[in-house]
Design a protein around this ligand. Structure first.
Ligand code: PBG
Length: 326
């Protein structure tokens, strides 16, 4: 069937018709909102490179949690900055670490708010790498031992989901074993399966104070040029027990997201990372683009490409102001 019998513009005629035939919808339940926890009291530090995002201490964060819960957000992702960094990042599994305390406080007040804890070490180590370092090399298997401890300690604090983000080989299996041995069979693992070495993480490293002090993360995070490798990573993670797999960053990797969704029949998450957020904020501030339109278009593209879940710093403002297209 072709023109003139077929006129595709018929279905674009007005807003109601467009809405009726819209293939992709965003909703608040798609989103996970990241939050940064800093030691101390009364802290609400703005982050220079991420407008409207703050570091909170364990007391002030509960006001933020009240606010976002009230707005309808039902999932948060916690990152912790330690009191004291050391060479292996041992505060990551401290029973009274900031993240652990925050998890418990949130779950006590809002049992139905999903709490995801990022399991990594870059914020916790003096060198800023994601595990145990020796002569500039990130040691794989010794890092697994510590990752287990970190994951179990988050589960013990009450986390619903543990999200290993270090791209350490075997991390999902090690964490699954650790959780099961400690009787946390029902703790969910959201694996950062295809996490690329990306300059789009720049602003995050201000927020989490986690920039590597020397070198880069190219020997553990993926090469942006590869996508077959992303499928291999995901395959292994699924075999090791991942419940949800993730692609990160999102916008420059929509093809990878699409391939993941085509290949695996399971929930897929995408991380709309700090740089993707800050670029839009910066362009809007300069008056170059309309912030809300660009924001919504970016998020719908992530969902259309295959994401079931989107981690985004925009979640709060969307919860407050709504999506343009709804
Ligand atoms: C730490 C981690 C990073 C992000 C999430 N977890 C940074 C990194 O790998 O350097 C980036 C998130 C963002 O940019 O929003 N492993």
């Amino acid at each position: 069937m072709s023109f003139p019998n077929t006129r595709l513009r018929r279905l674009r005629k007005n807003g109601s018709i467009r809405k009726m035939v819209r293939e992709t919808q965003l909703s608040l339940s798609d989103f996970i909102y990241p939050i940064f926890i800093k030691p101390g009291k009364g802290i609400k530090n703005p982050i220079r490179t991420m407008p409207d995002i703050y570091q909170f201490s364990t007391d002030t964060v509960m006001n933020e949690i009240d606010e976002i819960y009230e707005m309808g957000i039902r999932a948060v992702l916690l990152f912790g900055i330690p009191e004291k960094k050391d060479s292996i990042g041992s505060e990551a599994w401290s029973e009274d670490g900031g993240v652990q305390k925050t998890i418990t406080a949130i779950k006590n007040r809002y049992p139905d708010l999903i709490v995801v804890a990022d399991a990594c070490f870059c914020e916790y180590t003096t060198h800023g790498h994601c595990g145990v370092l020796s002569r500039g090399e990130l040691l794989n298997d010794p890092t697994l031992v510590n990752l287990k401890k970190e994951a179990v300690s988050y589960a013990r604090a009450g986390a619903d989901v543990v999200a290993p983000s270090g791209m350490i080989d075997g991390m999902v299996g090690a964490i699954r074993n650790g959780l099961d041995d400690a009787d946390y069979q029902n703790t969910i693992i959201l694996a950062y399966s295809a996490k690329y070495t990306s300059a789009f993480y720049g602003p995050f490293r201000d927020a989490a104070e986690s920039a590597p002090q020397s070198g880069d993360r190219k020997s553990y995070q993926m090469d942006p040029a590869n996508s077959d490798e992303a499928l291999r990573e995901a395959d292994l993670d699924i075999e090791e027990g991942a419940d949800i797999i993730m692609v990160k960053p999102a916008l420059s990797y929509l093809d990878v997201l699409y391939k993941m969704k085509e290949n695996f029949n399971m929930p897929i998450a995408a991380y709309n990372v700090s740089g993707e957020y800050s670029m839009i904020k910066a362009a809007a501030k300069l008056g170059y683009m309309d912030e809300k339109s660009v924001r919504d278009e970016s998020l719908i593209s992530i969902k259309r490409a295959g994401a079931d879940i989107i981690i985004t710093y925009f979640a709060k403002e969307i919860a407050k102001e709504g999506l343009l297209r709804q």
